[in-house]
Write a protein that binds this ligand. Structure first.
Ligand SMILES: Cc1ncc(COP(=O)(O)O)c(C=O)c1O
Length: 385
């Protein structure tokens, strides 16, 4: 196995305890949840409920019923954006959003005439929260912010933005895809109304997991309708949490794995995870800066970013760098626009894209040494051509 540096896309490896727990569920329990009354079905219910409780514990939510499981954060964000915004509503977003936010919003701009205002940020991806307040209008219904950019890593001032949202009685939705599990989040202290999380990145769970933690009173139309295991005579989706937003058989194995991953994260402590990752981020910035011709995007301070660092090397295409890293050095990174075209526009890479490394909990400083050595060789070979 080579050096995995694409944790911003999905984390790897997954902890052994997560894999073991999922296998135990599949081999010994196997039943779906919320449907049967026999022992193993009740055990599946318990495991799913345990994961809802763990989400609350990790992010300081108060009601496990207000944890909605989806197949990823994209689906969760779509539930809120499509289910909450109506014709003529105004929404404020950062200029760093992933397409998981940007595309559903642009679709509603076209189909429901919603208005979108984008908050400016610096060329390093730093937002001034005062700029958010300036954009609030009488029809503003929602503020959506990524907690950290998946291109620049820059951490956004969500606590202050949440305070502004509260003051103006506007709902605040945070996309924690790049921070959940890697950076402390407290929905109460951080003034977050709705937290979108994905299970397979720094939460260390399997792909196919994610969801929403609702920390407010809100009515949204469900995105899907279907079986919930109860109220079967009622012809519509029930109007209570979480069933209103969870239709069809859940990903029980995935949620069981996520629950175990959350247990692990809680016992290690997100502050400790952050401490470990921040040391590697600092080291990576320093070491990468020594590569000839490199341009690193985003803040160069480890306390301002999560483990996402994007760069280009003068005169060498990003695709070539990532191809050579993979084929010649067995190092996995990602190149392109990372589904965040507006963030790339800010740094002037809207056409070319950039190479991105995603540092995760299982990376070590020597992975950065191996990466930098490989980049130096690619760079010097290129110069010799
Ligand atoms: C900031 C951000 N939002 C949303 C997503 C979408 O995550 P998922 O594919 O798990 O829905 C990602 C992941 O690529 C991301 O980095």
């Amino acid at each position: 196995m080579g050096i995995y540096l694409d944790n911003a896309a999905t984390s790897f490896p997954k902890p052994d305890v997560v894999i073991k727990k999922m296998m135990e569920y599949m081999q010994n329990i196997g039943a779906t949840s919320g449907r049967g009354a026999y022992k193993s079905a009740i055990e599946s219910d318990r495991l799913i409920y345990n994961c809802r409780k763990m989400i609350c514990k990790v992010f300081n939510g108060s009601d496990p019923a207000k944890v909605i499981f989806t197949s990823n954060v994209t689906e969760g964000l779509n539930i809120v954006i499509n289910g909450f915004l109506e014709e003529g509503d105004h929404v404020i977003v950062s200029s760093l959003e992933h397409n998981a936010v940007w595309r559903p919003l642009k679709t509603l701009e076209r189909d429901r005439s919603i208005e979108i205002s984008m908050v400016d940020c610096t060329s390093e991806g730093i937002t001034d929260y005062n700029d958010v307040e300036k954009l609030i209008k009488s029809n503003t219904k929602l503020i959506v912010f990524t907690h950290a950019s998946n291109v620049l890593g820059s951490i956004q001032p969500i606590r202050e933005i949440g305070e502004i949202a509260k003051k103006h009685k506007v709902k605040f939705l945070v996309d924690s895809a790049q921070t959940a599990g890697a950076y402390p989040i407290d929905v109460k202290k951080d003034n977050i109304d709705i937290l979108g999380f994905t299970g397979h990145k720094s939460l260390l769970g399997p792909t196919g997991t994610g969801g929403l933690l609702i920390n407010c009173d809100i009515t949204m139309n469900p995105l899907k309708s279907g079986g919930t295991g109860g109220d079967s005579k009622y012809p519509y989706q029930p109007d209570y949490f979480p069933n209103r937003y969870e239709a069809g058989t859940p990903n029980v194995a995935g949620i069981v794995g996520l629950g175990e991953a959350l247990n692990l994260i809680y016992s290690v402590g997100i502050e400790n995870i952050r401490k470990k990752e921040e040391a590697i981020i600092e080291y990576a910035i320093e070491r990468l800066s020594s590569v000839e011709g490199i341009e690193i995007y985003g803040p160069k301070k480890s306390d301002k970013i999560v483990g996402v660092i994007s760069f280009n090397i003068k005169n060498i295409e990003g695709e070539e760098i990532s191809y050579k890293l993979d084929s010649q050095y067995d190092i996995m990174v990602r190149t392109g626009l990372h589904c965040a075209p507006t963030a790339h526009k800010i740094i002037g890479t809207g056409n070319t894209g950039a190479v991105r490394i995603g540092i995760g909990y299982f990376n070590e400083k020597n992975h950065i040494d191996i990466l930098v050595e490989a980049l130096n060789k690619i760079q010097s070979n290129y110069k010799c051509k």
